[in-house]
Design a protein around this ligand. Structure first.
Ligand SMILES: Nc1ncnc2c1ncn2[C@@H]1O[C@H](COP(=O)(O)OP(=O)(O)OP(=O)(O)O)[C@@H](O)[C@H]1O
Length: 295
């Protein structure tokens, strides 16, 4: 269980984080989003005990991270936004090195390294890290974060710069970790991924939490369901209706914001000679929410 209360971080006079409060249960994925400079990395570094907050409290599984950040280390896997790997080492030597730092036995290192490379579909144990592709390097960094089998994973933009296939496999892997009982906090600019994977979303703007909740809760906050009515018209040159609609490339679309408006819209279109093709419901996406919030 994570309890963050009124976390503040000043760099000089500048408030990079300004009163961040949230709770997160175990075995959940928290997505942290916001525009560039919103404070995501700052929050993640505080969560990982790498920098101290200027004020506020953070307790992770009973550990007071502000006072005793080192106590978190055993149970934490951290993936920085850009990880510097040792380019001349082979992947297996690299993972073994980190396993040794965590005091794992040789047998455990071997077993865990093989298991991680296998589950991340990374066929690279004998390759030098400098020879790996960007996506493979990111996966090695993820494997490194998991060598000591921590319960809490803090990943700063785990899929940044990866192609769609590799992003997908990393995201599926993150969901598997959650299903194994691990807690994951990650930041991302790809909002579709956050929408899909996260149990809870925190939206930051200039260091403040402007919204937090599950996706259904955020949708409630940022506007409800709209209905899109796609229709055909018999003769575009003579078609006339009182309904507001948009037309492009022979496609006609009207929007309604409630079931009552939907009923009025479809009835009016049908009376004016249009044929209703289909009706789709549309929830605001995280992207639309961020646009609404502004910078
Ligand atoms: N070490 C530092 N010294 C001074 N200012 C900093 C420092 N680190 C971050 N900042 C400032 O704090 C603010 C938040 O930065 P942070 O890196 O947390 O944002 P972010 O949301 O992760 O951004 P991005 O999406 O671009 O990675 C920015 O205005 C940044 O310039």
């Amino acid at each position: 269980m994570i309890t963050a209360r009124s976390l503040v971080k000043h760099y000089g006079d500048f408030p990079a984080l300004d009163g961040v409060t949230f709770d997160l249960d175990d075995a959940r994925i928290l997505g942290v989003i916001g525009h560039n400079g919103a404070g995501k990395t700052t929050l993640l570094k505080i969560m990982a005990g790498l920098i101290s907050p200027t004020a506020g409290s953070l307790v992770v599984d009973g550990i007071d991270v502000v006072r005793r950040p080192l106590d978190l280390k055993k149970n934490l896997g951290y993936l920085p936004e850009e990880s510097r790997l040792y380019e001349t080492m082979t992947t297996d030597a690299y993972l073994a090195f980190f396993g040794e730092i965590y005091g794992l036995s040789r047998a455990t290192i071997q077993e865990r390294g093989d298991e991680l490379l296998d589950s991340l579909a990374l066929d690279a144990e004998k390759k030098k890290i400098g020879e790996l592709s960007k996506g493979m390097k990111r996966k090695v960094a993820i494997a490194r974060s998991l060598m000591h089998d921590p319960g809490l994973l803090i990943y700063d933009e785990p899929t940044s710069g990866l192609d769609p296939m590799t992003s997908r496999s990393v995201l599926d892997y993150v969901k598997d970790l959650r299903d194994q009982g691990k807690t994951v906090i990650f930041s991302a600019h790809n909002l579709f991924q956050v929408e899909e994977a996260c149990d809870l979303v925190l939206i930051l703007r200039r260091g403040k939490v402007v919204a937090k909740g599950t996706m259904p809760e955020l949708r409630e906050t940022f506007g409800s369901l709209t209905y899109q009515v796609f229709f055909r018209v018999p003769d575009p040159a003579t078609f006339a209706t009182s309904v507001d609609y948009a037309a492009s490339d022979g496609r006609y679309l009207a929007e309604a914001r409630s079931v009552e408006e939907l009923n009025r819209t479809t009835a009016a279109l049908a009376a004016d000679g249009a044929t209703i093709e289909r009706i789709e419901s549309h929830y605001p996406t995280l992207e639309e929410m961020l646009l609404k919030i502004g910078r």
